[in-house]
Design a protein around this ligand. Sequence first.
Ligand code: NAP
Length: 243
Amino acid sequence: MLALVTGAAKGIGRAITLELARNGFDVAINYNHSAESAESLCVEARTLGVQAETFRADVSIHDEAARMFAEARASLGTVSVLVNNAGITRDTLLMRMKPEDWQAVLNTNLTSCFYCTQIAIKDMAKARYGRIINIASVVGLIGNAGQCNYSASKAGIIGFTKSVAREYAGRGITANAIAPGFIDTGMTDILKPEVKEAILRTIPVGRIGSPQEVAKAAAFFAREDSSYITGQVLAVDGGMTMV
Ligand code: NAP
């Protein structure tokens, strides 16, 4: 069974790709700029005994996403598991946010999910089987000052996931979202120490999460035995958003 992970070269996407490979999935590794990391990931995945290939595409551009799926299909077969993981931040306060900061984040984080899901789901519907896993964020649930664009994109992913889940529930396709909290990757590395300290104080388990902890949840949704779970949002956040 083939899994395609967008933005797979680094951080959470990399951990998910390796966890899926450990679970026996062949992996199609999407990257945009990080060619070297994608290649090293590909080599590592193959050592786990599965097929792996890399595919460069900016998934916020429809034609590039479509080309990537066509290439993956030609070399590895049809995609049964899609992980929409590619994401960026352009943090700033609402009053300072430029239209291009808004648009870049919405295009990369949310519109890419629409493009990739719409393309991938054709083969899944034919096969009457599929798993869509969308990486949202806790800020899509609770918001965050300085992240109007990012939180809107992540809340959009949650609504999108639930609608896809309802549309395709009768065809053996599940769609679920994961809402990571504060995870140790390049995305959070750039935060100032005082910002990190402030976030840490809001996490009941008292520490930052690892990409592997998110990957375990993604692998569960990717497996056949999660078949009765769809349209859900699983927070992997050390208790940050518990009610
Ligand atoms: P990261 O280390 O910065 O990785 C982001 C990945 O997204 C990179 O591999 C990058 O690929 C890829 N990407 C960005 N724009 C792309 C595009 N247009 N086309 C294809 N790939 C693109 O960040 P991360 O923390 O692992 O984030 C992964 C996901 O988790 C994101 O959706 C993020 O919003 C979400 N998330 C992260 C946290 C956290 O605390 N880290 C919390 C909640 C949610 P290239 O390097 O190849 O360009």
